[in-house]
Design a binder for this molecule. Structure first.
Ligand SMILES: [Zn+2]
Length: 301
């Protein structure tokens, strides 16, 4: 899996006492629902989130994000996988999670880490990065407790496309009418069974710009990982690894053609089908080409 190549910086985001105190004192996000516009995720945090989500497979996994706040942005330094499994109807934190969180914060403090928990992440296996009704409810509660961000990652689409499918979101306060021209939620392919929920929630939250950076520690960790993983990369096939996701895509397209679980007028179904087919083609073609190439190099003598 390739890590995103844009916006990586060899820069260590250091804890700044003044910035942190200024933010705590003025709490600017409480007066401006759109105050936060960016999330910067460290390489190691991104890797941990994606690996956790990929290991979870069909199960929706969940974890916490630790980091810092700078003006208008969250800096995510680390990810903390939580020992719970979720479904889209239950990805909320319970008592066990709260206890785990407290232990994490205490041990972080002992080793001199200055980061706080500034958000949570969870996975949407195969159904894209957006916020469901339950996600919006959970995030709204979290935002009442402080500056908090929600990250959603799709492990299936990440593995299929080789590009990390990730989205960062914050909800609006109840009763807030978002500006019309923000264009926050551009078209993404949503499985037919999820379209209703996606449409209903679209005006409850907005998407933050996500970028990535490498700290000095990240560079060392990534180099070690790259040394260990190149043989795996050579010997696996994306077609085989992602077979269940590709099957799911085919089933979705059949549903769109036959009209079962239809999503509206014929015209919009056709547009959706065209977009879904193009997406499937763009993901499956490179996998097929690589598969043939590896077969020619390693199998056929
Ligand atoms: Zn969700």
């Amino acid at each position: 899996m390739a890590v995103p190549s844009t916006n990586w910086e060899s820069e260590l985001y250091t804890y700044d006492v003044k910035t942190s105190h200024d933010f705590l004192f003025s709490q600017p996000h409480t007066n401006d629902p759109l105050y936060f516009s960016q999330v910067k995720v460290s390489a190691v945090a991104l890797l941990k989130i994606v690996m956790h989500a990929c290991n979870g497979g069909n199960l929706e996994i969940m974890g916490l994000l630790s980091g810092r706040i700078i003006p208008h942005a969250f800096i995510i330094m680390d990810a903390l996988p939580l020992p719970i499994e979720g479904t889209e109807t239950r990805v909320t934190a319970d008592d066990e999670t709260a206890q785990y969180m407290i232990r994490y914060m205490e041990s972080s403090e002992k080793v001199g880490r200055k980061e706080n928990v500034v958000g949570w992440y969870h996975s949407h296996p195969g159904f894209g990065c957006w916020m469901s009704g339950i996600d919006c409810d959970t995030q709204s509660l979290n935002q009442q407790l402080g500056a908090y961000v929600a990250i959603v990652v799709d492990p299936y689409r990440t593995m299929a496309s080789g590009r990390v499918e990730i989205g960062a979101f914050r909800t609006y306060p109840i009763g807030y009418v978002p500006p019309k021209d923000r264009g926050d939620n551009p078209y993404i392919t949503i499985p037919t069974g999820k379209i209703d929920d996606w449409g209903k929630q679209a005006n409850r939250y907005y998407k933050l710009e996500t970028s990535f950076f490498k700290s000095a520690t990240d560079i060392q960790v990534m180099e070690q990982l790259a040394k260990k993983s190149w043989t795996n990369t050579l010997t696996t096939s994306a077609l085989v690894v992602n077979s269940s996701y590709f099957t799911l895509q085919a089933q979705e397209q059949v549903q769109m053609i036959t009209g079962e679980g239809g999503t509206g007028s014929k015209k919009s179904d056709k547009t959706q089908l065209r977009k879904a087919s193009m997406k499937a083609l763009s993901e499956q073609s490179p996998a097929l080409a690589t598969h043939i190439l590896k077969h020619l190099i390693f199998v056929k003598q």
